[in-house]
Design a protein around this ligand. Structure first.
Ligand SMILES: Cc1cc2nc3c(=O)[nH]c(=O)nc-3n(C[C@H](O)[C@H](O)[C@H](O)COP(=O)(O)OP(=O)(O)OC[C@H]3O[C@@H](n4cnc5c(N)ncnc54)[C@H](O)[C@@H]3O)c2cc1C
Ligand code: FES
Length: 323
C-alpha cells in the first residue's frame, strides 16, 4: 500500500542475515530487508520467526536502524538481549542464514512539527530504537540529546554512537562502570534543564518509562514512550498485549502491538497496568489527540496487518506484567 508516495503497512519477508556482531552483552543483526526498510519509522518493531524447541510464536524486536541503498537495496538492524529460547536462537544465527520477518509493526514516534531540542532516554537495549530515532530527528534539523542508562557498561550499546550523533550525551550505570552511578531517572530532572528539552522520547523497561513520564509531567515537558508488553500475534488479533490507557471515556485497554508501542506517557494508567479479563473491548480511537500541540502524529496509522495470515496456529498466551 502507498500513502502520499510512501509505502506503508507491514510485509512478510525472508531476510538474509548480512551481519552479526557482539555489542557488549547484546548482539546486533543486520538483515537484508528492503521492503521493511522502506516502510519503517523509529518506534516500530518487527516480528521474527524463531526455530527453537518449544517456540511457536514470533518474537518482537524494535527496529534499531534502517538504511536504503547499497547492493542489497535496504537493510534493518535489530539488537538482541539473549535470555530465552527465541533470543538465544536468534543471537546465534550466522551471516548468510535466512529469517522470516514481519514488519514494520506498530505505531512510530510522532516527530515534532517545528525545530526542537529533544532529549532521548534509553534504558538497556531500549537505547537501540533511540539511536534510530536520533538519526531521524537530526536529519530533520532537531537538536538531539541523549541520556543512556543500563545495569552496567556491557549493556550500554555502542556509546560512541550517541557521543557522535548528539549535541549532548550522558550515561548512567547502576554499578558505576560507566558514567554516573545510578539510574537515568536520577539525572533526568537536571538534564531536562541542561538540554532545554522541549520533548522527551524514551524506551526501556516499563518501570523506567513510568518514572521518566512522571518526571517529565512534573517539569511540563511532553514525553513519548515506547513500551514493551508480552506479545503473541503482534498484529492486533489475540489481545495478549493490552495496556490500560486513559481516554476520554475513562481507562480502557489498548493493544500495544497496533495502538502502540508508542504512547504519550501521561496516557498510560501505569497503576492499573495488569491484565484484566475485561480486555476484549472494541478499539475506538480517541487516542490520537496525543500531543497534538507539539507533534504532527506522523507515523503509519494504517499499519494494521491482514489478520488472516496470522491467526492460524497462534496460541494466545499471557506471560505477566511489566518486565
Ligand atoms: C515492541 C517490543 C520491542 C522489543 N524490542 C526488543 C529488542 O530490541 N531487543 C530485545 O532483546 N528484546 C526486545 N523485546 C523483548 C523480546 O521480544 C523478548 O525478550 C523475547 O520475545 C523473549 O523471547 P525468548 O524466547 O528469548 O524468551 P521467553 O521468555 O522464553 O519468551 C516466551 C514468550 O514470552 C514472550 N516474551 C517474553 N519476554 C517478553 C518481553 N519482554 N516482551 C515481549 N514478549 C516477551 C515471547 O514473545 C514468547 O512468546 C521487545 C518486545 C516488544 C514487545
Ligand atoms: S500481540 Fe497484540 S493483539 Fe496479539
Amino acid at each position: 500500500m502507498s500513502v502520499q508516495g510512501r509505502d506503508v503497512g507491514p510485509v512478510s519477508m525472508t531476510c538474509e542475515v548480512l551481519d552479526r556482531r557482539r555489542l557488549g552483552r547484546y548482539w546486533g543483526l543486520t538483515l537484508s530487508a528492503p521492503e521493511i526498510a522502506r516502510r519503517a519509522a523509529p518506534g516500530q518493531f518487527v516480528n521474527i520467526a524463531v526455530s527453537a524447541p518449544g517456540t511457536l510464536l514470533r518474537r518482537p524486536f524494535s527496529i534499531a536502524g534502517a538504511a536504503l541503498g547499497g547492493h542489497v537495496a535496504g537493510t534493518i538492524d535489530v539488537v538482541l538481549d539473549p535470555h530465552g529460547p527465541g533470543t538465544d536462537m536468534l543471537a546465534g544465527v550466522p551471516p548468510g542464514a535466512s529469517l522470516e520477518v514481519l514488519g514494520p509493526l506498530g505505531r512510530a514516534f510522532p516527530l515534532p512539527q517545528r525545530r526542537v531540542s529533544a532529549l532521548l532516554v534509553g534504558g538497556g537495549y531500549g537505547a537501540a530504537p533511540m539511536y534510530y530515532l536520533g538519526e531521524r530527528l537530526r536529519a530533520e534539523g532537531h537538536r538531539v540529546n541523549f541520556l543512556v542508562g543500563a545495569a552496567d557498561s556491557s549493556r550500554i550499546i555502542d556509546p560512541i554512537v550517541p557521543k557522535r550523533m548528539a549535541t549532548w550525551s550522558s550515561f548512567t550505570t547502576e554499578d558505576g562502570s560507566m558514567g554516573h552511578r545510578g539510574r537515568v531517572t536520577d539525572l533526568l530532572a537536571e538534564d531536562l534543564e541542561t538540554t532545554a528539552a522541549e520533548v522527551v522520547y524514551a524506551c526501556g523497561p516499563n518501570a523506567m518509562l513510568a518514572a521518566v513520564g512522571d518526571i517529565c509531567e512534573a517539569a511540563g515537558v511532553p514525553c513519548q514512550v515506547a513500551v514493551e508488553e508480552h506479545m503473541a500475534c503482534g498484529v492486533g488479533v489475540c489481545m495478549t498485549c493490552i495496556l490500560p490507557i486513559h481516554t476520554r471515556k475513562g481507562v480502557q485497554n489498548r493493544r500495544v502491538c497496533v495502538d502502540g508501542p508508542v504512547f504519550t506517557s501521561t496516557r498510560i494508567a501505569w497503576e492499573e497496568s495488569r491484565y484484566t479479563e475485561t480486555a476484549h473491548e472494541p478499539v475506538d480511537d480517541d487516542l490520537d489527540d496525543r500531543d497534538a500541540s507539539d507533534h504532527d502524529g506522523r507515523g503509519p496509522d494504517d499499519s494494521r496487518a491482514d489478520e488472516g495470515h496470522f491467526t492460524a496456529g497462534v496460541r494466545t498466551v499471557r506471560t505477566g506484567g511489566r518486565r
